[in-house]
Design a protein around this ligand. Sequence first.
Ligand code: ATR
Length: 271
Amino acid sequence: MVDKYAVIGNPIAHSKSPLIHRAFAAQTGDDISYEAILAPLDGFEATVRELIAQGYKGANVTVPFKFEAFHLCDSLSTRAKTAGAGAVNTLVNINGSIHGDNTDGVGLRNDIEQNLDFEIANKHILILGAGGAAHGILNSLIGASSITIANRTYERALELVMALRNCEAKASTFEALERPYDLIINATSAGLSDTVLPIPNIIFGENCLAYDMMYGRETPFMKQAREAGAQVADGLGMLVEQAAEAFQIWRGVRPNTLPVIAMLSTLIGKY
Ligand code: ATR
């Protein structure tokens, strides 16, 4: 029988996860189905219970349910426990018991280190944003020389710094940034509305990698970074890498991500 998987979110129609996982399965020869499921905003738990009743082996969780998923799990991986405020993006059905993991951080790290060939160790890192996306990636930045979290609302950056359990970071406003960084990760959702962040050009250090967790188009952050001479990347690689990690958890086999990233880049189009 085909093993069933899904991604649960709201909205979900835009999700590339079915494409990605079906491409992985075609590559590894795994006999799976993978679909996108829209859960009502107040119906995440009911949706998960229904999928378990139907024998689904696992699911990915996306906006806005990652925090709720954390609380629903019967057991959690260490990295899910240490991910900021407690967020889960991968569920595994173990005989009706729900195990939760978070593959966002490792997905980002693998994209940066393996695909973009940029070492995180000993680098000065700046994270822009202190919401869910920032929470999910901080546990993957172990080994950095320093981490600074800058946010529009300073108090949220401060809260995130205090909540960190396995690394140390400093909080800042955008306006107070005044030194160069080696790696800058835009984890704000400002790009969705084409908002220009009030960040000075000095933050783009020599050989700086500017990474936007969004994908599909050039955000004002990416444009500014490009014009300031930084190497620029979007979040498409991270999307595929976090999926590969989930696929490995479920199937015990690691798919090759590069052809899937290439396929999606073509599909989405260059900008
Ligand atoms: P997500 O899960 O995508 O991280 P979120 O938890 O709502 O969503 O967080 C959104 C992040 O983007 C926050 O850091 C937010 O800043 P605030 O904490 O000040 O709200 C940031 N953000 C969203 N729109 C922004 C904008 N127009 N300018 C600057 N920062 C913005």
